[in-house]
Design a protein. Structure first.
Length: 83
């Protein structure tokens, strides 16, 4: 149904209609405003993603075990000896 919906000549007609409706003087200002809006939208989206705790990866705590030489007391044995 929508095969080849936007062919090159469709885009050309669309550009001509937009130029006639807005005029050649307002087109650069409109494009500039649209670009600023897109930059603001991207920066706000990035800020929201950075603030969202659910979206941020959870940092795992490092394990408390310490690798020791063979025959040395383990972390559990050191904790028990400190009691």
């Amino acid at each position: 149904m929508f095969r080849n919906a936007l062919e090159p000549w469709h885009l050309l007609v669309l550009i001509v209609v937009v130029a006639l409706v807005f005029g050649s003087k307002k087109l650069p200002d409109t494009a500039r405003a649209l670009g600023k809006s897109m930059r603001i939208l991207k920066s706000e989206t990035a800020a929201m993603k950075a603030q969202d705790p659910a979206a941020a990866p959870v940092a795992e705590e490092p394990s408390r075990t310490v690798s020791t030489a063979p025959g040395a007391p383990t972390q559990a044995a050191r904790e028990e000896g400190a009691r």
